[in-house]
Design a protein around this ligand. Structure first.
Ligand SMILES: Cc1ncc(COP(=O)(O)O)c(C=O)c1O
Ligand SMILES: N[C@@H](CCCC[NH3+])C(=O)O
Length: 445
């Protein structure tokens, strides 16, 4: 989707003037377009759910989750993938239909699993045998039979940053496919009256632009399905192939693909594999996160200090940085940006966009071509919808930005800006430190 929509001099996002948004709500500001999320969900409905029978799609909420987002996903008819008690709690508070929730996580606690079982969520994606045993105990305590999938490690990595590839053999995620390990787990579930094992889940990695890792992983799972049918009589009813679909952050990336690019080869491979091995086609589930929300978000900042080091570079500092977007520092992620109040002007200089944290690595964008910038300009960093708000921190005690939901010119606050008071909300001074005498030693005159 083209973000570079200009009206007069200002950058327009989903029919909202971003300079006005910055004036109204302050900066830094996350802006999320409801219409862009909606159109991604429509693509999934049209090219996956309606095209192929016996399919489901969930939104991976770790990418961006608020109660308003739960409402949008509910209205669009998708399920929700959660990965912690906190994400589940958000969905509960938003009245999200519990039967459409899938609970992932490589080290779920007793309390998290108990919350999920109490609320009768749709599927628990069990990551290891320790969790299986704990879940069985909880289900027994609550007198329930819980529907689960096993997350398996297919032994296939994704072609992406090493921190966001998950399917390789040496991974903390999932049950290894060594015969004695996986068969033990399947047999244990089949023997349990409190567990209903429906099938398997894998997730090879994130920000992928090719489908080859999914295809290799599917071939591994098809072999597993065949072996388990022959050896244990286990029939796989469901197969969840995870998320991972990439988006274009900058001109260096390929263009964002639409659903058929990923889905058609996945469905074709599974259909053919099932035919060849005489297996029933299982229900197929996908759970993209970044692909649904990444391009729906921008972050607005105000430029402050501009430091020119002659013959070296110019740093233009923004009023946020690493705490609201840790991705450049964590993954060397690249972003593009527009000077929102000079959107119709030609680029005439190159600046490096620095965050305000006390970290040399807090650089949001290296060497960005911009019109002549001055302090007070508004910078819109593009495609920040996924894994920015959800990974934000209070490092350097910076309050987290507000989040505004925009739709066709309308803007609604969905998360208030943190205030300094919020930063101290849960802090306590122990009694013995409460009335200390200030020591006047060497701290200046
Ligand atoms: C199990 C699982 N499902 C879905 C996702 C969503 O990934 P993405 O945002 O790349 O679609 C992830 C994150 O990588 C994941 O770990
Ligand atoms: N947080 C990562 C994606 C991780 C996906 C979860 N396994 C990112 O920002 O790209």
């Amino acid at each position: 989707m083209n973000s570079k929509n200009i009206n007069g001099t200002n950058f327009i996002f989903d029919n909202c003037d971003t300079v006005e948004l910055a004036q109204t709500f302050g900066t830094p500001l996350y802006v999320i377009s409801e219409d862009r999320i909606k159109s991604k969900c429509e693509d999934i409905r049209k090219n996956f759910l309606m095209k192929y029978p016996n399919t489901k799609a969930a939104y991976a909420s770790k990418a961006f989750l608020t109660m308003a987002m739960c409402k949008i996903i509910d209205r669009e008819g998708l399920g929700l993938d959660v990965v912690s008690g906190g994400e589940l709690y958000t969905a509960i508070k938003a009245n999200f239909p519990m039967e459409r929730i899938m609970f992932h996580g490589s080290n779920k606690s007793y309390e998290e699993l108990a919350l999920a079982v109490t609320h009768n969520i749709g599927r628990i994606i069990v990551d290891n045998v320790y969790e299986l045993e704990m879940l069985e105990r909880i289900a027994k305590e609550q007198g329930k039979k819980v529907a689960i999938l096993f997350r398996i490690t297919p032994g296939v990595g994704g072609n992406t940053h090493e921190y966001i590839t998950t399917g390789q053999k040496d991974s903390k995620f999932g049950i290894p496919l060594e015969k004695e390990i996986i068969e033990y787990a399947v047999r244990k579930s089949m023997d349990s009256s409190n567990i209903h094992l429906k099938g398997f889940h894998f997730h090879v990695g994130s920000q992928l632009f090719e489908i080859s890792s999914h295809i290799l992983a599917i071939q591994v799972v098809l072999d597993l399905m065949k072996n388990l049918k022959e050896e244990l009589g286990f029939i796989t009813e469901e197969l969840n192939t995870g998320g991972g679909f990439g988006i274009q952050y900058t001109d260096e990336d390929e263009a964002t693909k639409s659903v058929p690019f990923f889905i058609d080869p996945i469905m074709e491979t599974i259909k053919e594999g099932c035919n060849e091995a005489n297996l029933d086609m299982p229900m197929i589930i996908i759970e993209p996160g970044r692909w649904i929300v990444g391009e729906a978000g921008i972050t607005l900042y105000t430029l402050g200090a501009i430091k020119e080091i002659p013959n070296v570079r110019t740093y233009a500092s923004v009023d946020g940085g690493l705490p609201d977007n840790p991705r450049p520092a964590l993954y060397k992620a690249k972003y593009d940006a527009i000077v929102a109040n000079k959107a119709n002007q030609k680029a005439e200089e190159v600046v490096t966009i620095a965050g305000k944290c006390c970290e040399t690595g807090d650089i949001l964008i290296w060497d960005l071509k911009v019109p002549k910038v001055t302090s007070g300009d508004i910078l819109a960093v593009l495609n920040t919808g996924a894994y920015n708000y959800s990974m934000a921190s209070n490092y350097n005690k910076l309050p987290r930005p507000a989040v505004v939901l925009v739709s066709q010119g309308d803007a609604q606050l969905i998360v208030e800006r943190e205030k300094y008071e919020h930063l101290l909300d849960r802090e306590v001074i122990p009694e013995h430190l409460d009335n200390i005498q200030s020591t006047k030693l060497t701290f200046g005159a």
